[in-house]
Structure formats: structure tokens, C-alpha cells
Design a protein around this ligand. Structure first.
Ligand code: DGL
Length: 265
């Protein structure tokens, strides 16, 4: 009967939700999309640190979740500690999969594709220092790719040339042509995996954190059993702004969230 809250600025968390469902992490899910403050990747750090713990706390207090998955690299790399302090349930974060990516790279040149916020964070510097070993990690922050993922989920189709333009800055850096592995360090980007494959016309290993997050969520839930006698609740979509296109709403419906609710925040 475990209930898990998945949180992101927009649709990106759906890439993590897919893994959480595949690994049967919970019996029901809440999905909190901070569409009123989207996108996070170009926001000031201080604004995110101030907003996110209170927002997630409001959702957990109002809707009784057993764990929170912060399905957002931009939020996790700046506010994970503060979010953990704000809520009294376990919080699983999403951080760039630098360790696994560097573990599988043959060329020893790895790309890091995230939001502008994530790629410049001290948290990311530390991950590279700790886990990149002898790999060179080339970074590229793209707010455009985030918008493209939202557009794909809303319209269903994308122009691959737009994706090509958005990733060019990664591959045209010195040694960029040697990249054989790319960390998808934004949860929106796995939603564009097919388009990325087409846009970068050579074999690349695209690595994200979804499966590892689901494993970790299972683990924290098995260490923290939900209270007995819990009544089953259906999946819930929580939004911070009522303006959402009907087609985007349909993407959430396709992911199992049929009744959007505005969160009082
Ligand atoms: N999905 C988010 C991430 O993983 C953030 C996208 C955004 O709002 O800029 O970083």
C-alpha cells in the first residue's frame, strides 16, 4: 500500500515514473508538476532553495505519501538536503549518472547533458571529482532540450533538426568527437532518447538514472513500511498552475493521472 510522490518541474519525472512502475515500487503514485515555476534550469539557485522544500512539504502534508522521489536533477543538485529537512518521509534524489557512465566509456570521453543549472553546480563538480576517474567529462547545459521534451509530450512530434541544434554545443567542444557515452542529467532528456539517437548519427551510450532511482526507492520503502490498514487511493496529479494545454494533460492521462488537482501553495 505504499504511496510515492514523484516531483518535477514538468513532464520530466514521467521518465522516472516509468522505471518506478516497471519495478513495482508503490501501489499508487502522486505526481507533482511545478508547472507554475517551470523551467527550473534557468532559475536562480536561491529561488529554488526557498521554494522547493516548502512546496514538497505542502504536498506530503496534504496527501500522505510514504516517500518522495525528486525526479529532477536541477532540484536535487541544489536543494536535496533542504527538502529532506522539510519532510518527515524518506526522499530519493536524482543526480547525474556520472559514475555508471564513466564505468562503461571506452573512449574515456563522456558528455554531460543537463540543464544550465545542473551542469554548473558544485554538486556536479564533486561527482566528477569522485567518480570520473581518468575520464574527461565535457559538459553542456541546454534549456532548449527541456522545452523540446515538453513540446514532444504535448504535440507528439519533433523536428530532429531542433534536437541537433540543441546538442551541437556538446559535440563541438575540443575532444567532443571522441564522446562515446552521454549522461542524460535531466529527467526530461530520456523522453527524447529516440530523437537524440537520430540527431547524433553515431553510436553513443545514453545513460540516465531512472532504474537506479527505482531500486533506491524500493529499498527505502522496504526499510520504512507504510502504516497497516491504509485505504487504497488512486493516482493523483498535483499542479501548481491551472494553465496546462489539453494535449499535455493527455500525456499525464496516458501515464495514469486522470484527475488534476491544484495544490494549495
Ligand atoms: N527535469 C528537470 C531536471 O531533471 C528540470 C527541467 C527544468 O525545469 O529546467 O533537471
Amino acid at each position: 500500500m505504499a504511496r510515492v510522490l514523484v516531483f518535477d518541474s514538468g513532464v520530466g519525472g514521467l521518465s522516472v515514473l516509468k522505471e518506478l512502475r516497471a519495478q513495482k515500487c508503490a501501489t499508487s503514485f502522486g505526481y507533482l508538476a511545478d508547472n507554475g515555476f517551470f523551467p527550473y534550469g534557468i532559475k536562480e539557485d536561491a529561488a529554488l532553495i526557498e521554494r522547493l522544500p516548502q512546496l514538497i512539504r505542502a504536498a506530503v502534508v496534504a496527501h500522505e505519501f510514504d516517500a518522495v522521489v525528486v525526479a529532477c536533477n536541477t532540484a536535487s543538485t541544489i536543494a536535496l538536503d533542504e527538502i529532506r529537512v522539510a519532510v518527515d518521509v524518506p526522499v530519493v534524489g536524482t543526480v547525474p549518472a556520472i559514475k555508471p557512465a564513466c564505468g562503461v566509456s571506452h573512449s574515456r570521453v563522456v558528455g554531460l547533458l543537463g540543464t544550465p543549472g545542473t551542469v554548473r553546480r558544485p554538486y556536479t563538480d564533486d561527482l566528477i571529482l569522485k567518480f570520473a576517474g581518468d575520464c574527461e567529462v565535457l559538459r553542456h547545459g541546454s534549456a532548449e532540450l527541456v522545452e523540446l521534451a515538453e513540446r514532444k509530450m504535448s504535440d507528439g512530434v519533433l523536428d530532429v533538426e531542433d534536437v541537433q541544434d540543441a546538442v551541437r554545443g556538446l559535440f563541438c567542444q575540443p575532444r567532443g568527437e571522441q564522446i562515446d557515452t552521454v549522461v542524460l542529467a535531466c529527467t526530461h532528456f530520456p523522453l527524447l532518447r529516440d530523437e537524440l539517437r537520430k540527431a547524433v548519427d553515431r553510436p553513443i551510450q545514453w545513460v540516465d538514472s531512472g532504474a537506479a532511482i527505482a531500486r533506491q526507492t524500493k529499498k527505502v520503502l522496504s526499510d520504512n513500511e507504510p502504516p497497516a490498514g491504509r485505504v487504497a487511493v488512486s493516482d493523483q496529479l498535483l499542479l501548481t498552475a491551472s494553465e496546462i494545454t489539453p494535449s499535455l494533460l493527455r500525456s499525464f492521462q496516458a501515464a495514469g493521472f486522470t484527475n488534476p488537482q491544484l495544490i494549495d501553495f
